[in-house]
Design a protein around this ligand. Structure first.
Ligand code: ADP
Length: 378
């Protein structure tokens, strides 16, 4: 069966009229963040709050039409309300659009970038992976601590609904309190301001959230946490995304202004194929891919040798192929796992150690790339 193309999908969507303009859905600019993969086809319809009820039917029609396309296992169309004050459909949406050039360029038009952004936060970066279990959370935290070690004010948001781990990794037991403005006041650990989906719900419940519910909860964690103040804005907020390239990641990356994405992968083929998908997702949503990190690249043998348990160099090669920066490799180190399990992150407890130095370099490259983007936008 020939692969389904974006053009074919847009073509069928154009046969459904936009109730407002009468144009086809794609022509009317209503198809946002279209994902076409062998497994699934999906996109978002974003309309002003008061028009949401009028588009419920369009949403169901579009989903039904996509589900009937040959080869489509899952079709999902998400209907969401635009942030108040959002620009009209066709307007260019925010400065991140220009950042997409360095991301994967597949020659296709990039989806417009949305607008919500936490107050008093200069930069938001997301850390993603195609696959679970590759060390995304461990490395997100180490990157956040590495940025802190550069003298920056840093926040860490654990948005991994499938396995929120920040409370354990940082030994934090108390959830955020609510301030007078009804915003969450994040607890601090090792100099980071921290919030986690694990504070809000029991992890088993988080896992069964439907896409739109999860996206809403994550957007709330991002925007309703008091990350910074006008006097002391946060320099960087590091968001540990759920693994994969599904609707939750898609919606979050579309509804939030994100300055860059880091992708974590192990050197194995399977992980790399998924990492490639993650890079593509970020590219398509107009997010600047800051680079790929290879985790578990080798294991230091007692005789001083380096055992390449999962192979080595695959992520570096992938970065080359996709024309995105390679940020560095991280070895397997039992002390890194132990520190995570006991709430004492290695790079914070041994700031002069080899692992801390490694992450300091990765963080410096990220900070440099963010600074190169120009002045912060709020
Ligand atoms: P993910 O967020 O991708 O699911 P985690 O960060 O939770 O992955 O890592 C999975 C497990 O692997 C954890 O127990 C973590 O401590 C461990 N781990 C991750 N990276 C390393 C590493 N470089 N060395 C040793 N253990 C690691």
């Amino acid at each position: 069966m020939p692969d389904l193309t974006r053009e074919a999908v847009l073509d069928v969507l154009n046969r459904i009229p936009d109730p407002l303009s009468g144009q086809g859905l794609s022509e009317a600019g209503l198809v946002r963040g279209l994902v076409v993969s062998p497994e699934r086809v999906g996109f978002m319809i974003e309309v002003p709050q008061d028009q949401v009820p009028g588009y419920q039917d369009v949403r169901s029609q579009a989903e039904a039409v996509l589900a009937r396309l040959p080869g489509v296992k899952k079709a999902q169309v998400v209907l969401t309300a635009e942030a108040p004050g959002a620009p009209p459909r066709d307007a260019p949406r925010g400065p991140s659009a220009k950042l997409s050039d360095r991301a994967v360029n597949d020659g296709k038009p990039k989806a417009p970038v949305a607008t919500a952004r936490p107050d008093h936060v200069r930069h938001v970066i997301v850390v993603g992976s195609g696959k679970g279990g590759v060390g995304k959370s461990t490395l997100s935290l180490a990157i956040a601590l590495g940025l802190k070690a550069q003298g920056l004010r840093v926040g860490f948001l654990d948005a991994d609904i499938y396995g929120p781990s920040a409370p354990v990794m940082l030994g934090l037991r108390t959830p955020p309190e609510f301030g007078e403005d009804k915003r969450m006041v994040p607890p601090e650990a090792f100099g980071l301001k921290v919030n986690s989906v694990g504070f809000l719900v029991d992890p088993d419940q988080a896992m069964i959230w439907r896409g739109p519910m999860a996206s809403q909860a994550l957007t709330q964690l991002l925007t309703q946490t008091r990350w910074g103040t006008p006097e002391e804005p946060l320099d960087v907020l590091v968001v540990d995304l759920p693994p994969g390239t599904g609707d939750v990641q898609l919606t979050l990356t579309q509804k939030t202004l994100i300055d860059g994405a880091v992708v974590v992968s192990t050197p194995q083929e399977m992980a790399l194929a998924d990492a490639r998908r993650a890079v593509t997702l970020f590219g398509k949503t107009g997010i600047n891919v800051l680079g790929i990190v290879e985790n578990m690249a080798w294991f230091p043998a007692p005789d001083g040798g380096e055992i390449e348990i999962f192979g080595r160099g695959g992520a570096r090669a992938l970065a080359g192929t996709l024309n995105v920066p390679f940020l560095g490799e991280v070895p397997l180190d039992p002390a890194l796992r132990q520190g995570s399990d006991t709430g004492r992150p290695l790079t914070a407890t041994e700031p002069g150690g080899a692992m801390a130095r490694r992450f300091s370099e990765i963080a410096a490259a990220i900070a440099h790339a963010l600074a190169a983007e120009g002045p912060a936008r709020n």
